[in-house]
Design a protein around this ligand. Structure first.
Ligand SMILES: [Zn+2]
Length: 554
């Protein structure tokens, strides 16, 4: 017995030696300090489907961004989103918190507040004011509706607020939610003036360098270039649908007939149109370089964090769809833009001295009429039309109008105040709604969100509804549509549901601490913040439910 114990002890010592050596090596290389990169750049490409990495692979340049990140970095090729609704605000929140609406409170881009009975925009904050322009509503924004910490908050906490964290995007929510509560700054685009702005939540005045940047009126320079395809015509023909289709939207005016687009007519007149062109990505990359340089990011003793979210990919996707010439052209250009950013970082921060991750806030569906041309199912169902139909149906059954308060992303908010005051039977109303919707060819099923955990659906779909449900800000019934059915107007496409075309996102890692390789095992959007926190050796965000993807580490 005694001998056996000695043998076991000996075996433990032998087994522990390689581990001890590994620890000593890591300790030496970091010079007795915690080893961290100088800078983290988080890139979200709004509405980027995972398959764009490979569908357009041959179009990407060797010195562009995508091939460099794919071939020298690490790609998690099967990254899924674990909640509905799969929309921008929730996606940006999930990437940076590792968490879901059930805990974060960011239940959608918009939601209906069940206490105040008002519609709320995700980053609305009437207690703060615009900084950097006179557009009142554009800057009444902050992250106060977010209930948990972000990985950027945790980095600030971990370094006694010596790390600098800044979020930039065309969309307000794309800058504010990633930057977190304790951010040094968030800057977003004012569609009225063409300025990048902020709010008094962060500062009372824009930094001088940003005022100078705004004064250059970059947007007018981009408009002058107009938008013509950058690839040979045969490439678009080989990879896309025909250029012009009646099912595409026309963001540049009804008279436009496909490529090339005249943008010079917007010069000095309309600063919103740039968002629907690839130039908004160039404008943002320009701002990224300017921010890094002027804020001395990646130059101090603590890790800094720049969160960049490219929005025009989403606007262009919505208008023209994943199989359009416009979308392919946008990704061919974004590849170059990302390559430029990597070159800049290599030059100013140093190769392998910074860590980048690139992902999306959600993916997106093909245009239903494009799918129909190829006999693939799909369809359209407008939330507002559904609400009207349902309220009419309920009025005929219960002799009361407006029993539904709102429908956002197929999430039905019952009018509880009215139902209670009239002492109507809520269960009977829910049953009536479900029965009515079951007759609709586009509907798969209707789920009572409070009972979603036991709904008769595959477990991952059930879980997505549970994860997306938060009582104060969510509706009561989730309408689950059939595959391909989207909440979109008469043209273009959308996203927001639980099918893989909306939930399968790219996830690339590159630079300091990152191994070269790829992974086909399923990973989740919630794992991104956990992976970052472990890489940076900081506390994971407070609501994080993800796991570190250990395969990415060197
Ligand atoms: Zn979108």
């Amino acid at each position: 017995m005694y001998r056996k114990k000695i043998l076991i002890a000996f075996a433990i010592v032998i087994l522990a030696i390689p581990k001890m050596q590994a620890q000593t090596k890591a300790g030496n290389s970091s010079n007795m300090q915690v080893a961290r990169p100088k800078l983290v750049v988080g890139i979200i490409v709004d509405q980027m489907r995972w398959d764009y990495l490979y569908r357009f692979y041959n179009v990407y340049a060797p010195n562009g961004g995508f091939k460099r990140m794919l071939n020298q970095g690490f790609s998690c090729d099967n990254t899924l989103m674990p909640y509905v609704p799969t929309v921008t605000a929730v996606g940006h929140t999930c990437v940076y918190t590792g968490s879901v609406p059930a805990l974060t409170g960011i239940a959608g881009n918009n939601w209906f507040d069940n206490n105040t009975l008002k519609s709320v925009y995700c980053t609305d904050d009437a207690s703060v004011a615009t900084v950097g322009s006179n557009t009142k509503a554009a800057g009444e924004m902050s992250p106060r509706n977010l209930w948990v910490t972000t990985v950027t908050d945790e980095l600030r906490l971990a370094t006694n607020f010596n790390s600098k964290t800044i979020g930039i995007s065309i969309k307000d929510r794309g800058a504010i939610l990633p930057a977190g509560h304790a951010a040094n700054a968030a800057f977003w685009y004012d569609y009225q003036t063409g300025n990048f702005i902020s709010s008094t939540y962060y500062m009372n005045q824009l930094p001088e360098w940003l005022t100078q940047f705004n004064n250059k009126k970059w947007v007018d320079n981009y408009y002058e270039k107009n938008w013509a395809p950058i690839l040979p015509k045969s490439t678009y023909e080989a990879l896309c649908d025909v250029d012009e289709n009646i099912y595409e939207s026309k963001p540049f005016g009804k008279e436009e007939k496909g490529f090339p687009y005249d943008l010079s007519k917007f010069k000095g007149k309309d600063y919103s149109k740039i968002a629907s062109t690839p130039y908004a990505n160039d404008l943002l990359e320009n701002l990224a370089e300017t921010t890094l340089a002027n804020e001395q990011m990646g130059k101090g003793n603590n890790t800094d964090f720049l969160a960049v979210s490219f929005s025009s990919t989403d606007y262009i996707g919505h208008s023209f769809g994943p199989n359009s010439w416009e979308l392919l052209d946008t990704y061919a250009r974004l590849d170059k833009t990302l390559g430029k950013l990597l070159d800049y970082l290599d030059k100013t921060i140093g190769k392998n001295q910074y860590t980048i991750f690139l992902t999306a806030d959600h993916a997106g569906a093909q245009i239903p009429e494009f799918l129909a041309k190829h006999n693939i199912p799909g369809g359209r169902a407008d939330d507002r039309d559904l609400m009207k139909e349902l309220n009419q149906h309920l009025a005929s059954q219960f002799h009361q109008s407006n029993l539904i308060n709102a429908i956002w992303e197929f999430d039905v908010y019952l009018n509880h105040g009215l139902i209670d005051s009239l002492q109507l039977n809520e269960g009977a109303i829910e049953k009536s709604i479900a029965q009515f919707l079951q007759k609709d060819e586009r509907v798969l099923t209707v789920v009572n969100k409070r009972k979603a955990a036991t709904a008769a659906l595959p477990v991952n779909i059930r879980e997505m509804i549970v994860n997306g449900y938060t009582p104060k800000r969510s509706g009561d019934l989730q309408i689950v549509m059939k595959s391909g059915v989207m909440d979109a107007g008469k043209t273009g496409m959308s996203h927001g549901v639980s099918y893989t075309y909306d939930t399968h996102i790219p996830l690339l890692w590159y630079g300091w601490g990152i191994r070269q390789g790829h992974l086909n095992k399923t990973t989740y959007m919630t794992d991104i913040a956990a992976t970052l926190a472990a890489l940076l050796k900081i506390q994971m965000p407070s609501g994080c439910i993800g796991q570190p993807i250990t395969e990415v580490y060197q």
